[in-house]
Design a protein around this ligand. Sequence first.
Ligand code: ADP
Ligand code: MG
Ligand code: MG
Ligand code: MG
Length: 418
Amino acid sequence: GQAESYRILHEADLRDYLAGRPKLVAALGGGPDEWSITEVGDGNLNLVFIVKGALGGVAVKQALPYVRLVGESWPLPLSRAHYEYLALTRQAQLAPGLVPTVLHHNDALALTVMELLEPHIIMRKGLIAGTQYSRFVDDITTFMARTLFFTSDLALTAAEKKEGIAAFAGNHALCKITEDLIFTDPYRVAEQNRWTAPYLDATAAGLRDDMELHVAISRLKLKFMASPEALIHGDLHTGSIMVTDSQTQVIDPEFAFYGPMGFDVGAVIANLLMAYFASSGHERSPDERRAFEGWVLETVEQVWTEFARKFLELWRKDAAGDAYPVSLFPGEKGAARLEAERQAYMQRLLGDTVGFAAAKTIRRIFGLAHNIDFELIEDPHKRAVSEARAVRLARAMMVETGAFPAIADVTSAARKLR
Ligand code: ADP
Ligand code: MG
Ligand code: MG
Ligand code: MG
């Protein structure tokens, strides 16, 4: 029961634990002795086991009391498993079919049992291999438009909104990781920073010396800290998305809290842009991946345009929230003015998205946590060329955000840098 105290479940303990839960025994099928249990966690923070029985499989995620990537010297609250569970169940209501179904959760053990996603792979790996995903735009934009809109003041009463903020406010240790690793450390000397040396040494020094950039990243940090616009996923990179040709599933919302919407949209766009810039480093013959690269940039454009279209559609039809009271916008004149204001809102959200996308890019090249899009480019010079292009665009997106009034301005700048 919930009274039990936390312990790390190793394979044998996990088998016993699952065997004691009839619903899970039924889902797995066969006898517990026949279940295969494999630890597959490739993330930075937690343990993930895949358990398979005669009838089916489950994924079991357990939080560790420290950051897995770094070790016990960096403690991290187990409560993140509670927030992940809360976010997963909320997202399942708002965006059905786009997150794995939760089958069981135990707060004391910081453990969640969920639907096994199979044969899904982590999208980042598919992108590195040069695979195009035809469902991705529609699914990810539905996920973002619905989870962000329906947890915002446009859809909720003020009381509901504040209850939502309160429910996630305790997840501040995870927010602090973002505040430090994304919004601060890459721009100063920090022990955990690393980059492709010596090629990017001068660029790294430049980041530490660039006061315009420091102002821009500080504004973004403040926006991240002080803008509870909606329940955001908080870690929506392509390593938090599992795909097949016909399905998209969003996993790993342990960073969820009420924050700025552009942080999620920007995360998706940044990770597509990094896949684009890394792509030339993965080609086996010149221009082999041009079609893929074209698809990635088209996808960047569509992620924004489809997200904006769906979000606006929800706003026009489902605006039950306390923000923008319709009584203030009567008649045809009111409706026209409100529609213009919706467009202005989306324009500001695009600006946030562009800025956050830039922040997410720079941290992956100079901070603690890198991504395999770049890391798997073996030749460090080639890797540095890809990374330098990404950083150049990111610096412009962050400091001269106004020069990117449309998403096509981002993609055409990316195209020119190839
Ligand atoms: P972390 O928080 O440590 O990053 P993730 O939730 O991202 O953990 O999971 C780590 C890995 O475990 C994922 O990259 C994926 O390979 C695998 N995984 C996680 N959840 C599932 C699932 N429901 N089905 C199949 N594999 C999963
Ligand atoms: Mg993860
Ligand atoms: Mg599903
Ligand atoms: Mg995680």
